[in-house]
Structure formats: C-alpha cells, structure tokens
Design a binder for this molecule. Structure first.
Ligand SMILES: O=C(Nc1cc(S(=O)(=O)[N+](=O)[O-])cc([N+](=O)[O-])c1O)Nc1c(F)c(F)c(F)c(F)c1F
Ligand SMILES: [Zn+2]
Length: 258
C-alpha cells in the first residue's frame, strides 16, 4: 500500500504505478511568465448551489467530503467541453510552517491545497469509467495560506475529531464548497493526472491563482488526523500528504487572464 512516508512515499510509487513517470503527471511548478494567455478560455462557472454533500471521511491519505453525484448538479464549467460533476473534495497539507501544497507557483509553496474532484458525466456513465479517460476528470485546485480564519472552513475543522482514524466516516450534509472559493476565479489550466495512486492521466487541472486565508489554529486541526486506523498500534499524524512537482515534459500551461 502507498503512503507519504520514507518507505512508501512519492519517490517509490513508480514501482507499483509505473505511470508515475508518465508524460502528463501532476502536480507541477507553475511558471506564471511562461503561461500562455488564451482569450478563448471561458470563465469558470460553478453551480454548487443546491449542494448535496453526504459524508466526511478519513481514507488514510486525506480527509474527503463526498457528494451525491447522481444527477446534474454541483457542476463545473470552464475550459472544458462539457460540464463536469462534483464527486468529492479533499485537502493536501504540510507540517507546521508554509509548505504543504502540491502545485507551486514560481517555486512558492502554500500551506495547503484544496482539490475539488469532478468527472465528465456528459460523456461517461460512471466516475470509474471517467477516471481512466484522458478527458474524464477535472480537478479545481485552491491554494490555502496562513492568515485570518476562514469561517466556511469551521464546519469541516469542527468535524475532524469524528474522523481521526483511517477508515472512519460520518454524516456531513448540505456543505456548499462555494464558501471555500476566493473572490477571483482567474486560473491556470493544463493536462495532468491524479496526484495520488493510481496517478491516472485523466485530469484537466484548473488551478485558481488567488489563495484563500485560513488560520494556523484551523490548520492545526487537520494535523490532529491520523494516517493509521484505530486498530494499528503505530500512531502517525496525518501531515505532509503532498506529492512534489513533476516534470512538465513539454506541456503548455494556459492562463485565463493577461
Ligand atoms: O477518487 C479519487 N479521489 C482522490 C484523488 C486524489 S488526487 O490528489 O489524486 N486528486 O486528484 O486530487 C486524492 C485523494 N485523497 O484522498 O487524497 C482522493 O481520494 N481517487 C481515485 C482512487 F482513489 C481510485 F482508487 C481510483 F481508481 C480513481 F480513479 C480515483 F480517481
Ligand atoms: Zn488531491
């Protein structure tokens, strides 16, 4: 099984997941001055209105909020042929201090990165089918940096004690992720992959340029989560669950702004 430790971390994933050395792996370092402004890129449209979150869980890699992806709601539009449907969101974060994001911007790391995972329900009949298709998934990435408290995050951080251990899940209804989005929806977009095994190269990445602020206290609550299940005797704090930037291999990053 894979993880983020010395033995099972990102540098050894290629052994079980050879695509780890593929041509469109994520995350990447985004070099803003090399991004190509594309005036054809539509603005992102988020219709997370009648949100149908169902539960929050600890899957041993992150804390995940799942959504009912049964009908066309919670849609993401933008640099995509069709509207993609929200399936779940989760976070990646560091230990104390400022690293923890997966994407970097001109080498700058953020304290955390929120990933909203969507799938192309217009073209595919299930998430699993979409997840292996080159245009199957779209992940919206939002950077988190330390500053003032983010009110909208408290519903999540106040629930984390319920999912301390790997394999725990609890009800989590009517959470609308709109409250975790920055004011600007300016973005970079590029073809990439899942950043955790199975590392499928099926993701159109949409990374927002503007971070949101969260407090050190709120981030501290993420670090009370554990990678291990209640049965395991080894207690390992869930932190530094991020993959470092991968080679660009000739890909172009497009910008929705000048
Ligand atoms: O659903 C998935 N969600 C997911 C993605 C990422 S991600 O970091 O790779 N990402 O895309 O943001 C991180 C976490 N996480 O909890 O940390 C996730 O839970 N992954 C996933 C999967 F688990 C499979 F077994 C599979 F077959 C498949 F197609 C998948 F796409
Ligand atoms: Zn992720």
């Amino acid at each position: 099984q894979w993880g983020y430790g010395e033995e099972d971390g990102p540098s050894s994933w290629y052994k079980d997941y050879p695509i780890a050395e593929g041509a469109r792996q994520s995350p990447i370092n985004i070099a803003p001055e090399e991004a190509v402004y594309d005036h054809g890129l539509p603005p992102i449209s988020l219709h997370y209105d009648n949100c149908t979150s169902t539960n929050i869980s600890n899957n041993g890699h992150s804390v995940v909020v799942e959504f009912d992806d049964v009908d066309n709601q919670n849609l993401l539009g933008g640099p995509l042929e069709n509207a993609y449907r929200l399936k779940q969101f989760h976070f990646h974060w560091g230990g104390k201090g400022c690293h923890g994001s997966e994407h970097t911007v001109a080498g700058k790391t953020y304290t955390s990165e929120l990933h909203l995972v969507h799938w192309n329900a217009a073209k595919y009949s299930s998430f699993a089918e979409a997840a292996v298709a080159p245009d199957g998934l779209a992940v919206l990435g939002v950077f988190l940096e330390i500053g003032d408290e983010r009110g909208g995050l408290n519903k999540i951080t106040d629930s984390l004690y319920m999912v301390k251990f790997k394999g725990t899940v609890t009800d989590f209804r009517d959470f609308n992720p709109n409250c975790l989005l920055p004011s600007s929806l300016k973005y970079w977009t590029y073809p990439g992959s899942l950043t955790t095994p199975p590392l499928y190269e099926s993701v159109t990445w949409i990374v927002l340029t503007e971070p949101i602020c969260v407090s050190e206290k709120q981030m501290g609550k993420f670090r009370t989560l554990l990678f291990n299940s209640e049965e395991e005797e080894q207690r390992t704090r869930m932190e530094n669950n991020f993959r470092p930037p991968q080679p660009l291999k000739g890909r172009t990053v497009r910008a929705s702004f000048k």
